[in-house]
Design a protein around this ligand. Structure first.
Ligand code: IYR
Length: 237
C-alpha cells in the first residue's frame, strides 16, 4: 500500500504484524491481453444485469442458492467481522405473510408518505404497493446487517463500517445471481423492521434489503433505460 509515512514507520508496522497470522498472497497472474479481455467481458456481462419485477414460480435448486450466498459472503468487511446474515424464505405461507406486511407499509408510502417528486421519479418504473413477486419468486433473500456482534455468551462486540460491508456483500450477491442466470430485485419495503419480527431475529440484526430471486416470468418486461457513460461517472487526474 502506498502510504505517506517514512520508511521507519513502515518498518514498525511490519514489526507489529505477527507472521503466523499471514501467508503469501497467490496472484492470479493474467497477461495484459487476458486482463483486457476479461475486464471487457466482465463489463459486458454485468451490463446485461437488470432488476426484474416479474418472476416465474419455476423452482431454483437449493444448491444454486447456497452457492450464490456463499459468493456474497466472500465480500470484504470492516475488521473482517462479516456483519451479515442472509435469511432465505421459500415457505409459501411465510412469503405470503411477508407480502402482506410489505404491502401494508408500501400502501402508506404510495398514498402519502412519499413526496410528489419521488412518485414522479418512479412513474417510469410503473411500481405501486402491490408486491406479487414476494409470493411468486421461489426464494426471498432477506439481508440483515449486524449492527453489533452477539457472541454465544450473549456478549456484545463492535462491528465496523457495517453499511459499507453489507452493501458490498449485496453487490457480490447480485453479481452471483446474475452469473447463475437468475434474476433479482433489490426491494426496499419501508420501514423494514417488520422483517426482524416476522423472522424472529436477534436484537443485533436490522433488515437491510428484501431480494426476491428466481427465473424471470416468460413475459417479463423491464424498463427501457440507459446507463450513464464513463465520462459522466468518472474523473481522472
Ligand atoms: N420502496 C418502494 C418504492 C420504491 C422506491 C424506489 I427509490 C425505487 O427505485 C423503487 C420503488 C417500493 O418498493 O415499491
Amino acid at each position: 500500500m502506498v502510504n505517506f509515512v517514512s520508511a521507519e514507520f513502515y518498518f514498525v508496522d511490519a514489526m507489529k504484524r505477527d507472521n503466523k497470522d499471514f501467508k503469501p498472497y497467490e496472484p492470479l497472474g493474467y497477461s495484459e491481453e487476458e486482463m483486457l479481455t476479461r475486464s471487457r467481458q466482465f463489463f459486458e456481462y454485468m451490463n446485461q444485469r437488470r432488476s426484474v419485477r416479474e418472476f416465474s414460480d419455476r423452482p431454483v435448486s437449493r444448491e444454486v442458492l447456497d452457492n450464490i450466498i456463499h459468493a456474497a459472503s466472500t465480500a470484504p468487511s470492516g475488521a473482517h467481522k462479516q456483519p451479515w446474515t442472509f435469511g432465505v424464505i421459500s415457505n409459501a405461507e411465510l412469503k405470503h405473510h411477508i407480502r402482506e406486511l410489505a404491502e401494508k407499509e408500501e400502501f402508506e408510502n404510495y398514498h402519502g408518505r412519499m413526496s410528489e417528486t419521488w412518485l414522479e421519479d418512479l412513474k417510469k418504473f410503473g411500481t405501486d404497493h402491490i408486491k406479487e413477486f414476494i409470493d411468486v419468486a421461489p426464494y426471498l433473500i432477506v439481508v440483515f446487517k449486524q449492527v453489533y456482534e452477539l457472541d454465544e455468551a450473549g456478549e456484545r462486540h463492535t462491528n465496523y463500517y457495517v453499511n459499507e460491508s453489507v452493501g458490498i456483500a449485496v453487490g457480490f450477491l447480485l453479481a452471483a445471481i446474475h452469473y447463475a442466470g437468475l434474476v433479482a430485485l433489490t426491494h426496499t419495503p419501508s420501514p423494514m423492521n417488520f422483517l426482524e419480527k416476522a423472522l424472529d431475529r436477534p436484537p443485533n440484526e436490522r433488515a437491510y434489503l428484501l431480494i426476491p430471486v428466481g427465473h424471470p416470468a416468460e413475459d417479463a418486461q423491464v424498463p427501457e433505460l440507459s446507463r450513464k457513460s464513463l465520462e459522466e461517472i468518472m474523473f481522472m487526474h
